[in-house]
Design a protein. Structure first.
Length: 427
């Protein structure tokens, strides 16, 4: 293998940009995205997702395409014609019925198919069900390019393991699963990632094994969180502090440290549906996986009901009450609002006639408005509310003086369980 490769990364979001930036420290990388405003922001040296700092991004950024080490970002498909590796990092969401939506994957495969050449390798990182790469993506590549799979071009699969907002477990520090459509291609894909992943790689025997490994990672987490969410419901009925129970149980060396909470985002709250649908296509109804999903999807309504019960106990008139929701992103210290379950809490509270103000210093108000039709503010309100709900554990919220936001008899509810005895209630 030549030391410097020409790589195209298709999709410059939470997964694609950190990967492109990392490869650009040793290879010639062209980052392609159809979002013009996103590319313009990256070209100016700013990552609005906060996954890559401006300083780190600007160190590898190129202002024009060339064959040298670095990253050039573009919306121009002609800029990726000369690449030999195409890495697809687009989202794989579910639709309103929780069925896998492969549209972004099909569209990106069409894009790559237009520039695919003999000898090229297409590597998918998007989370899919076992078989999707070879059964869904490859036919698109063949149709658009006119080339033959495993004769003229090859594919690989290396599932993303990005943890948005996590500055400790960055992409190069997380062991990478790799695979290829032939043993030789598997070795080549593995060597490509080894050139930048300091944590090392694990070469899976087949693409389907790599796909399955990825989809069960988040399914396992989803099921474990569903378990502790159910414990929270049980212990709340018994008036037992769930977090104290988990802390005590956690003193045993092999107890898994999961905490109750809202399960959203583009991975844990989505991936189990990919595996479930695939299992159903083979005639098997996955009971545990779907039970976990049902329980976790119910937690928004549950949190809202707990808030309302506590408001009633404090003598607060629910209909017409004012409430401040702190945070709307799907997780702490991250601006990503995709599939955030805070929206479920807000919707349920609004059904009680509660007037809700949403404050999140990280979320993009226009994105929230577009996705959910909700108004948010990035400035802490200078008024008092009948109830304050800590929905997301942003670092900024830990320094908030809640007394300035609360009426004399108002409620403070802690969804994340980080405020201790200050809160009137917690999940």
């Amino acid at each position: 293998m030549n030391s410097i490769k020409k790589i195209a990364v298709i999709g410059l979001g939470y997964v694609g940009l950190p990967l492109a930036r990392l490869f650009a420290t040793k290879h010639s990388v062209t980052g392609f995205d159809i979002n013009r405003s996103r590319v313009a922001s990256l070209q100016s040296g700013t990552d609005t997702t906060f996954e890559v700092s401006d300083e780190v991004l600007q160190k590898v950024l190129l202002q024009e395409p060339n064959d040298s080490i670095g990253l050039y970002c573009t919306t121009d498909i002609t800029a990726i014609v000369d690449c030999t590796y195409y890495i697809v990092t687009v989202p794989t969401p579910v639709d309103k019925n929780n069925r896998p939506d492969l549209t972004p994957l099909y569209k990106s495969s069409e894009t790559v198919g237009k520039v695919l050449k003999k000898g090229d390798i297409v590597i998918y990182e998007s989370t899919v069900y076992p078989g999707a790469t070879e059964e869904e993506c490859v036919p698109v590549l063949e149709k658009i390019s006119g080339l033959r799979f495993n004769v003229d071009f090859f594919v690989g699969y290396s599932p993303e393991r990005i943890n948005p907002g996590d500055k400790e477990h960055t992409v190069e520090k997380i062991l990478k699963i790799t695979s290829g459509s032939t043993p030789k291609i598997g070795q080549e894909v593995d060597e490509l990632y080894k050139s930048v992943i300091i944590a090392g790689t694990h070469l899976a025997p087949t693409i389907k094994v790599a796909e399955a490994a990825k989809v069960i990672e988040n399914s396992q987490r989803d099921i474990n969180i569903a378990f502790v969410n159910e414990l929270a419901k049980i212990f709340n009925l018994m008036q037992i502090d769930t977090h104290a129970v988990l802390e005590a149980a956690g003193t045993k060396w092999n107890f898994l440290p999961f905490k109750p909470g809202l399960v959203g985002g583009h991975c844990i709250g989505v991936d189990p549906y990919y595996l479930a649908q695939r299992a159903q296509e083979f005639g098997y109804h996955p009971e545990i996986i779907l039970a976990g999903r049902r329980l976790n999807d119910s937690m928004g309504d549950y949190v809202a009901s707990q808030v309302v019960k506590l408001m009633i106990k404090k003598g607060i008139s629910v209909n017409g009450a004012t409430l401040l929701m702190l945070g709307i992103t799907f997780k702490e210290n991250c601006p990503d609002v995709r599939n955030t379950k805070i929206v479920d809490v807000i919707t349920a509270l609004a059904d009680y006639g509660i007037k809700i103000t949403i404050y999140d210093p990280l979320a993009n108000p226009s994105e929230v408005q577009h996705e959910y039709g909700l108004l948010t503010t990035a400035v802490l309100p200078e008024e008092k509310f009948d109830a304050v709900v800590l929905g997301v554990a942003h670092q900024q919220f830990l320094n908030v003086d809640f007394s300035t936001l609360q009426n004399e008899n108002s409620l403070l509810y802690d969804v994340k369980g980080i405020l201790g005895d200050v809160a009137d209630g917690k999940l």
